[in-house]
Structure formats: structure tokens, C-alpha cells
Design a protein around this ligand. Structure first.
Ligand code: ATP
Length: 885
């Protein structure tokens, strides 16, 4: 097969197949597909050039902090302090390396996540429809697409039913386009090639087979790939907040630095020295690592969630999750097992329980129901050796199994009665109809929600006889369906009609054949998960297309509703928020069960809840759910059941469709937010303590001021490892017993600012105290030793700061019971940080640069005293709630 023409729309599907050496009926064989994969490559759009390593390093250097350090190095050179200058340059290298490694790591996590989130497609290979990764599609493959699927490659459509496609990604036209198989002329603009589908667009209605002609970069999307790629990940609100926060701190720090500079000069310090001090101080005090450490913590959270089958697609979703206070969840498959089974038939000719060996005597109602179950059905059960693969909606799979158990051969039945036309199922119409047979004996089968389908029925089949469906009879059957629904069954009505020629509309003037009752038991793990939500102040709302009675029964079983609670609200009571009266609004906002809801209603509900100040997570699976998923604060798509479109627009995908995964994700979101808060408080209190200390020593002219290099060193030791370790804390056990964080709540509120100032005051006072303890108590008769005192101050500050991580535990639990003590990363960070300190004191040049001297045992005693005192004071103040963080 040679290179493929770019425009094949002038050929019929068969001609196209010939050109592509493909087979419309059987698809490619595995060896053929493998050979083509070799030749054409994977069906992927290669990503826009990644940031090169050099660029990444360059980005690290391009920051005000580095400029400031360079100035400091320049000043040192100017005053011929070469050692200092070199040391500052080394600090720049270390800073760059740390920043680089962190960003590189964050990028890798993103790549790993992208891999996890890959998409399957339904491909015909070796005559069987199989689910394979879309990246393995090759030219010549036959792919089946239905509403909600993203088109995985470019190709010619055939066996198309009511196909409608949204091509905005390619043509900018957001109104869905109707497609059909007719051959066209060549050279039409993309938007007019109605018999062609293009990669990246998506199916909004109907279904079709697609003969793939172009894959990967050969597709139209590939040609314009650079336009479509969403270039760089934009910063999350949290990262932005932190960056702004850092900027404010820079201003404050520079102000303080000027005070220190002036008072130093007044006290007769040399200008060169003072300049270096304040620059070093400014660098030390600015928490330049904050945004990137936050990104890392968020990214790590994403990977952890991925391990729990939750794919979070945007970093910002992790933070929003932590503040979620309402979860609107689908019922089917999320709260229930989606292991649907037909258990009952209720027809005008009799009611039968369905079980493995229940016999049902031949009768027409039963036959029609069986036929409708197989023919008006888009699911497949393919036997592949010993295991069967089930493709499609579990409800439809259940119907296939039911018919098969009662002797219907699915393949033969479908071959004998090919589908001539179809009105596909949609959650708006809540029904589906198909046309079969040959003129003049055509048959329509329909199935759907009882209220909807009975409205389209004019007759009723009873013991082989068609009767008129009087309003009374209709009422009887509606009540019957209500009774079945009330016992928790999903109820589907079945109807049919015979027509001599192709009718305009399939689903009208139908003859009612009976009701099918199906069970779909709740997932056992949901009940405790809902309890957890309630204790965490999160409200759970069930939204379902199902019958109110079925919905409420399940809601009661799961604790979403109580027997004396708000009755279920049905979708048609919902309207756009602006059209709802205040009283009604109050009524609607109080309900926990919304039934017979269509996707538009979901959008209305999200809006209503958001206007009431809630942070809403909303689940969805269908193509029509996309607007509501987008509107929700957290759109949650189902990975197994969800359409690709829903997955595309959502913030989060549940690989296993389970409700419990949402709760796990919310918990994780809270933990991550807590952790970010922890290290912001930690970093700020450490940096502020340095500022306080240096300012005090400078203003009071105490004579043992920290050296610029010492400040940089302390900053490097205490800001990197401990902060990273705090970001990996597991979260306190009570995290799901607290109410959700308010949306507008800042990371650092007033109460936490007070805590930060308190912490830094205690740390700097204790470090200073160590010097005076040493001088007045431990060596009362000794002379003033500025060098040793400087060292005591230096070590006290380092170790007070390092042990300060233990003060970051939540609430007022004591040291040994806090989640920090059980975080092994914290211990590792402390170990390595201390190791660096001691090793540095052994390496001659570093030792000299840091002005380290011989320390007496009593000097160390003073350091230990400072560390223990600061830890003790802060722990006690937290325990007795003098300070709250
Ligand atoms: P949930 O919203 O919790 O997923 P659901 O699956 O019942 O619940 P929809 O898929 O919108 O929601 O279905 C609404 C109703 O349409 C169902 O209660 C059922 O009566 C009917 N229905 C569902 N699937 C089909 C189908 N494949 N063919 C015909 N009717 C269907």
C-alpha cells in the first residue's frame, strides 16, 4: 500500500476499502495491523517541542533571587573577598540544581499521568470488535463509534445511523454537523466533507463504522497540531496565590533589609560587609522555593490519587477537591455495582420471575420482549476462546444475556433481522427504537423509561390480542412500573409495531408488550463512604435518569436520604437558576435525590448549588453531561462507563467508576492543602526568624552577627529537605472530621499569621538566648568570644529551625502523637540536613567560608538548650491553644 491520498471523500466506502487494502466486514488481521503499525507508526500527535534541558536550566537562572546573588558576588569581588564571591556562586549553582531537579521531577510526574490517561477504541480486528488503545489504530482499521466517542483517526464512514458530529476542534463550527455516507466530489473544505470523520472531533449522536485512512500526524489534526496543542500548563490558583505572596514578602524583606543596613552603618560596620549581609538576608528571607514546592506537592498528590484509580487532569483540581462540600453523583455504576440483571417481566399476559432455570411458556409478549432485547440494542457479547468480552452499556448487556438464557442466538437473530433504521437512546428521550424486516413487513421495536414509552403507545398486547391502550389501562401500567421501581428495580418498558413501509418516526403509535424489571445492587463500600462524607461536612446528592421511586429506595439504603427526609425531586421541577422563585429555590436546594434528570437539569442544579456558595463536584458520563461537568468546580468523569468527551472536559476521571474514589480524592485533596499550608507556615516562620535575629543583632550592635554565607547556608539546609518532607505528610487522622475549607479562605489567615510571628519570635529569642546562656551561665568569668558566639547562634538557629518541623502537626495534639512524627520523610530530611551541617564543618574550605570554629561541649549544651526550649514553648502554646495553626 502506497502513500494514501489526502482526500478520499469522492469514493464509496467499498472503493476506499480497496484503496486501503482493507475489509469493511472483517477489519484487518492482527499480522496486517502489526505490519502497518510498523510502517505508519503510532496513531499519536507528537507533542510540541518539550522544554529542552538547557531551557529548563536557563529558566532557573532567570530569577530576581539569582540576580540579587550575582550582585552580592560582584560586590564581594569588588572588595576582593574572593572566597565569599566563590561561595555565593556555589550557592547559585546549588539553587539552580535544586530548582531544576524539582521541575524536572514535576514534568516527569505529568508524563506518567498522561500515559495512565490513555484512551481505548472499539476496533474491528479478525472479524471481532475489540477494545484496543487508540494509539494502535492503523490505516485500514475499521472502528465503531457512538455518541460520546472522540474520533480517534481520520476516515470514511459507513453503516452510519443518525450520525451527528461536533467538529469545533477542527472547523471552529460548534453546531454539530449531520454526516452521511454519500460520495462527494474531492477538494471540499473540511467542514463539507460529510462522509468523512476527523481525528479530535466527537460524536454527539448516533453511531457509525469508520474506515480509517489516516492516523497520527497524517490526520488533519496532525497537520495543524501546533495550533491545537494547549501549549504550557498554566499556573493553578494556588500557585498564583503563592507567587503573589512571595512578591509581597520580597517588598517587606527589602524594607527590613534597608533598616538593618542603615542601623549597621550607624553602628560603624563596613559598607561592604553590610551590603553583603542585607543581600544574603534578603535572599534567605524570600521563600523562592514556595511555588515549586507547592507544585511538587500537588503533583505528588496526583500520582498518589492515580494509584487509587483517580486521574486528576489539572493540578488546580487537587486544591479545589480539598474545599469541595457537595458531591452530586450519578447512581448507576457509581453508587450501584452496574451488574445489572433482569429479574422480572410484568406483561399484560402474565408476570414472571426470571432466574437461571425459570421456564416461561411460549407467548407473544415474551417473544417480543426477547426480540427487542436483542435487536434494539447496541451492546455486544463476543466469545473469544473461553472468555467473553462485553462491550456496551451494562443494561443492554443484561438484556442480551437474558435473551440468550432463554434460547435466543444473538448473532443469528441480528443477521436475520438486520437493522434498517434507528432512533438511538438519549438521556433526553429516555428511549430507543429500531426498524427491522423487509417492505411490506417492517417491524419497529422500542424500549425505554415506562412513562416516556407508554406515552408513545396506543395499543397493548394481551394473550396474543392487541387492545387499545385506554387512559385507565395506561394508568394501571404506570402504577405497576411505580410499584416495581419502589422495590428498587430499574424498570424498562418494551413496545413494538408493524408497518408496511418506512415510517417517518419510529417511536409512535406503538403497542405495549410489557415491563422488564432489573436489579442493580448498591456497592457495599458506598455506605461507609457516605458516612465519611457526612462527618466531613460534605453533602451527597444523587442525580439519576432513573425513576424517582427506584432512586429513593437506593438513596435510603445508602444513607443519602432518610425516610422522613426531603422527597425526591424530578428533573422537570428544575429550571435555570434565574427562573426559580426564592421559596422554590430553598425547596430544591434541600433535596438529596434528583430523579428523571436529563443533562440540562444537571447544569441547572450545579448553577443553583454554586449560587448558594457551594463548591460542587459533579459526576457524569454522557456526551450531554459535558456542560455540567465543565460548570462544576470539579467535573468527575467515569473511566469505564464514561464517554471520551466527558473524560475530555472533566477535571478528574475515575478509572473504576466508584463513588469511594471521589471520597478518597477529596481526602487526598484536603491532605495536600494541609501540607502546603504546613510548609508555607514552616518556611515563613524560619525565614522570619532569620530576619528578626539579624535585625536585632544589627540594631543592638551585639557584635556576633551572622555572616552572609551562614545565612545562605542556613537557608539551603532548612528550606529544601524539611519543606519537601512536610509536603509528603500523610495527613492527620481527623482530616475527614473537619468541615470543608471555605472557598475564599486564604492559605494564611490572620490566626496563622499570628502563629508564624509567634514561632519566629520564639526561635530567634531562643537562639539569642543560647549565646547569653553560654556567656553568663556556662562561662560566667570568661571574656567575650565573638567568633564562638556567632557559631552558637548559627547552630542554634539551624537546629531550632530543623526541629521546628515537629511543630507543624495539625490541631493541638502533642509532639509524639502528631502526623509529622510518623512521617518517615521528615526524619530522613532531618538526618540528611544534619549530616550536611556536620560534614561541612569537617571540610576545610567550607569550614573557613562559614567561619566555623572549635566548639566547646558547653557551647553545644547551649545549642541543645535553645532547641529544646523553643520546641517546648511552641508545643505547650499549641497544646493549650494559646496559638492555633
Ligand atoms: P444514572 O443517571 O444514575 O446513570 P440512568 O442510567 O438510569 O441513571 P439514563 O441513562 O439517563 O440514566 O437513563 C434514563 C432512563 O432511560 C432509564 O431509567 C431507563 O428507563 C431508560 N434507559 C436507560 N438506558 C436505556 C437504553 N439503553 N435503552 C432504552 N432505554 C434506556
Amino acid at each position: 500500500m502506497e502513500l494514501i491520498e489526502t482526500d478520499l471523500s469522492a469514493y464509496s466506502a467499498e472503493e476506499t476499502a480497496q484503496k486501503l487494502q482493507a475489509n469493511l466486514k472483517t477489519g484487518l488481521t492482527d499480522p496486517e495491523a502489526a505490519a502497518r503499525l510498523e510502517k505508519f507508526g503510532f496513531n499519536e500527535i507528537s507533542e510540541t517541542e518539550k522544554r529542552s534541558l538547557w531551557r529548563l536550566i536557563g529558566d532557573q537562572l532567570n530569577s530576581p533571587i539569582v540576580y540579587l546573588l550575582l550582585v552580592a558576588a560582584g560586590i564581594s569581588f569588588f572588595f576582593q573577598e574572593y572566597l565569599n564571591a566563590m561561595a555565593i556562586l556555589i550557592v547559585i549553582v546549588i539553587n539552580t540544581a535544586v530548582g531544576f531537579i524539582m521541575e524536572f521531577q514535576a514534568g516527569r510526574s505529568m508524563d506518567a499521568l498522561k500515559k495512565i490517561a490513555s484512551v481505548p477504541a472499539k476496533i474491528l480486528r479478525n472479524s471481532q470488535l475489540q477494545e484496543l488503545e487508540a494509539s494502535r489504530i492503523v490505516p485500514g482499521d475499521v472502528v465503531f463509534l457512538e455518541a460520546g466517542d472522540v474520533v480517534p483517526a481520520d476516515g470514511r464512514i459507513f453503516r452510519t445511523s443518525q450520525l451527528q458530529v461536533e467538529e469545533a476542534a477542527l472547523t471552529g463550527e460548534s453546531v454539530p454537523v449531520e454526516k452521511n455516507e454519500a460520495a462527494l466530489q474531492t477538494g471540499l473544505p473540511l467542514g463539507d466533507r460529510l462522509n468523512y470523520l476527523f481525528k479530535g472531533t466527537f460524536v454527539t449522536r448516533g453511531n457509525t463504522y469508520l474506515l480509517v485512512s489516516h492516523t497520527g500526524m497524517q490526520t488533519q489534526l496532525g497537520h495543524i497540531a501546533n495550533l491545537v496543542q494547549n501549549a504550557e500548563q498554566s499556573a493553578t490558583p494556588l500557585e498564583k496565590k503563592l507567587a503573589e505572596f512571595s512578591k509581597k514578602l520580597i517588598v517587606v524583606t527589602i524594607g527590613l533589609a534597608i533598616v538593618i543596613l542603615v542601623s549597621g552603618l550607624i553602628n560603624g560596620q563596613p559598607l561592604a560587609h553590610m551590603l553583603q549581609t542585607v543581600i544574603a538576608l534578603a535572599v534567605a528571607a524570600i521563600p523562592e522555593g514556595l511555588p515549586i514546592v507547592a507544585t511538587l506537592a500537588l503533583g505528588r498528590g496526583m500520582l498518589q490519587m492515580a494509584r487509587h484509580n483517580v486521574i486528576v487532569k489539572k493540578l488546580s483540581a487537587v486544591e479545589t477537591l480539598g474545599g469541595t462540600n457537595v458531591i452530586c453523583t450519578d447512581k448507576t455504576g457509581t453508587l450501584t455495582q452496574n451488574k445489572i440483571e433482569v429479574t422480572l417481566l410484568a406483561t399484560p399476559s402474565g408476570t414472571w420471575e426470571i432466574s437461571e432455570n425459570a421456564q416461561i411458556a411460549e407467548n407473544e409478549n415474551f417473544n417480543f420482549i426477547k426480540y427487542a432485547s436483542v435487536l434494539t440494542n447496541t451492546a455486544e457479547i463476543t466469545e473469544k476462546g473461553a472468555d467473553a468480552q462485553e462491550i456496551g452499556d451494562p443494561l443492554e448487556v443484561a438484556l442480551l444475556k437474558f435473551a440468550r438464557n432463554y434460547g435466543t442466538n444473538i448473532v443469528v437473530a441480528r443477521q436475520q433481522h438486520p437493522k434498517l433504521a434507528e432512533e438511538p437512546f438519549s438521556s433526553e428521550t429516555k428511549m430507543m427504537a429500531t426498524l427491522h424486516g423487509q417492505v411490506p413487513e417492517l417491524m419497529v421495536f422500542a424500549k425505554g423509561a415506562a412513562e416516556e414509552l407508554l406515552n408513545q403507545c396506543t395499543g397493548l398486547l394481551e394473550h396474543g390480542e392487541v387492545k387499545t391502550l385506554s387512559p385507565e389501562l395506561k394508568k394501571v401500567w404506570l402504577e405497576q412500573s411505580e410499584v416495581l421501581a419502589g422495590s428498587g428495580l430499574r424498570v424498562l418498558a418494551v413496545a413494538y409495531k408493524t408497518v408496511p413501509e418506512m415510517p417517518k418516526k419510529l417511536s409512535e403509535n406503538l403497542i405495549f408488550a410489557g415491563l422488564i424489571g432489573m436489579v442493580d445492587p448498591p456497592r457495599p463500600e458506598v455506605l461507609p463512604a457516605i458516612k465519611e462524607c457526612l462527618s466531613a461536612g460534605i453533602r451527597v446528592i444523587m442525580i439519576t435518569g432513573d425513576h424517582p421511586a427506584t432512586a429513593n429506595k437506593i438513596a435510603l439504603e445508602l444513607g443519602i436520604n432518610t425516610p422522613d427526609g426531603h422527597p425526591p425531586v424530578t428533573g422537570n421541577e428544575l429550571k435555570p437558576a434565574s427562573e426559580i422563585s426564592p421559596e422554590n429555590r430553598h425547596y430544591l436546594a434541600g433535596a438529596n435525590v434528583f430523579a428523571r434528570v436529563n443533562p440540562q437539569h444537571k447544569l441547572d442544579l450545579v448553577q443553583l448549588l454554586q449560587e448558594d456558595g457551594n463548591v460542587v463536584a459533579m459526576t457524569g458520563d454522557g456526551v450531554n453531561d459535558a456542560p455540567a461537568l465543565k460548570k462544576a468546580d470539579i467535573g468527575v468523569a467515569m473511566g469505564l462507563r464514561g464517554t471520551q468527551v466527558a473524560q475530555d472536559v472533566s477535571d478528574m476521571v475515575l478509572k473504576d467508576d466508584k463513588f469511594t474514589s471521589i471520597v478518597v480524592a477529596i481526602r487526598q485533596g484536603r491532605v495536600i492543602f494541609e501540607n502546603i499550608r504546613k510548609f508555607v507556615i514552616f518556611l515563613l516562620s524560619c525565614n522570619l526568624s532569620e530576619l528578626f535575629l539579624i535585625a536585632t543583632v544589627a540594631v543592638l550592635n551585639l557584635g556576633f552577627q551572622l555572616l552572609p554565607l551562614q545565612i545562605l547556608f542556613i537557608n539551603l539546609i532548612t528550606d529544601v529537605l524539611p519543606a519537601l518532607a512536610l509536603g509528603a505528610t500523610e495527613g492527620n487522622p481527623g482530616i475527614m472530621n473537619q468541615p470543608p475549607r471555605k472557598a475564599a479562605e486564604p492559605i494564611i489567615d490572620r490566626q496563622r499569621w499570628i502563629a508564624i510571628i509567634f514561632y519566629s519570635a520564639i526561635i530567634s529569642l531562643c537562639a539569642l538566648g543560647a549565646v547569653y546562656l553560654n556567656h553568663y551561665v556556662l562561662h560566667p568569668n570568661e571574656d567575650w568570644h565573638a567568633g564562638r558566639y556567632n557559631n552558637i547562634l548559627f547552630y542554634s538557629l539551624i537546629f531550632c529551625q530543623l526541629t521546628h518541623v515537629f511543630n507543624m502537626g495539625a490541631g493541638n495534639r502533642f509532639f509524639f502523637r502528631s502526623e509529622i512524627v510518623s512521617n518517615k520523610f521528615v526524619w530522613l530530611a532531618l538526618f540528611f540536613s544534619s549530616l550536611i551541617v556536620f560534614v561541612s564543618s569537617l571540610v576545610g574550605p567550607v569550614r573557613a567560608a562559614l567561619g566555623m570554629q572549635e566548639m566547646l561541649v558547653t557551647d553545644w549544651l547551649a545549642v541543645v538548650a535553645a532547641v529544646l526550649t523553643s520546641l517546648f514553648i511552641i508545643q505547650i502554646s499549641k497544646k493549650f491553644k494559646l496559638i492555633q495553626q
